[in-house]
Write a protein that binds this ligand. Structure first.
Ligand code: BTN
Length: 246
């Protein structure tokens, strides 16, 4: 069955997140705003997102349910669910070994292929996703990022990818609101890119070094530091190297 969603397509926008936020009242759940390019694409932590043609650049929204309210504790879980949705959606197009990098990224062959920016407006979450699909990354970032096309040499239908990702998200989000978080989390943990890697995490002006473990029930990453296991809900993992866990 084809998932029904409305997709509002633009040649260029400042940012699909900003557009949806400004015209917030006009959209329904799972309506999608997509753009071929963005002039002010935004990433997490106030960074900008370099928006190239050939990327999937889109935003959709989810609302609270009558039987399920959304609060700030979901803020950390929604990007994790969105990350899994991107992986499942991409797998329907090209079955590769995508990994989820806590908190908001999807990786392929050790490089970033997708970033996710979740923002909350009233009781609604806006989910902005940028996927490197048919684009060629600028040289200055191509050691850290890659695109689907770069790895396979093929050209992909961006609308189809967007459709699959939003559909996968809707399935996961229904499961989430019906109490299946633990099952979803274990699927996410099975794709946990950081697990077993030595990482340095910056949070609240401090640096913490250790070995990344699982993502816990609260959506926090567990890091095995010299002081034992610490859990982090925010922060920026800025360095990693592979360490074998015993
Ligand atoms: C990140 O890597 O920190 C998140 C990047 C999110 C980029 C997407 S592109 C579509 C949507 N519109 C934006 O301005 N940002 C998100």
């Amino acid at each position: 069955m084809i998932f029904k969603m409305k997709i509002y397509k633009f040649k260029s926008l400042t940012s699909t997140n900003d557009y949806m936020k400004e015209k917030f009242e006009n959209f329904n759940e799972y309506d999608v705003v997509s753009a071929e390019t963005q002039t002010k694409g935004r990433a997490r932590c106030g960074n900008s997102w370099i928006s190239q043609e050939g990327m999937a650049l889109f935003t959709f929204m989810v609302k609270k349910r009558e039987y399920y309210s959304l609060d700030d504790s979901h803020y950390i879980k929604i990007p994790l669910i969105a990350g899994l949705a991107v992986i499942l959606g991409l797998k329907r197009i090209e079955d590769l070994k995508y990994m989820f990098k806590w908190t908001n990224d999807v990786y392929l062959e050790g490089r970033k292929i997708c970033g996710i920016l979740v923002e909350k407006v009233d009781d609604t979450f806006l989910i902005g996703i940028g996927i490197n699909v048919n684009n060629t990354l600028p040289e200055e970032i191509n050691k850290r990022a890659t695109s689907l096309s770069h790895l396979t040499g093929l050209y992909y239908n961006i609308d189809e990818i967007i459709n699959y990702v939003v559909e996968e998200f809707s399935i996961l989000y229904n499961r989430f609101t019906k109490g299946e978080w633990i099952k979803i989390l274990s699927e996410i943990n099975s794709l946990n890119y950081l697990k077993g890697k030595e990482v340095t995490l910056k949070a609240g002006g401090k640096s913490f070094r250790g070995i990344a473990k699982d993502i816990n029930y609260n959506g926090e990453i567990e890091i095995f530091t010299e002081n034992g296991i610490s859990c982090f809900s925010i922060g920026e993992i800025f360095e990693e190297k592979i360490t074998i866990l015993r």
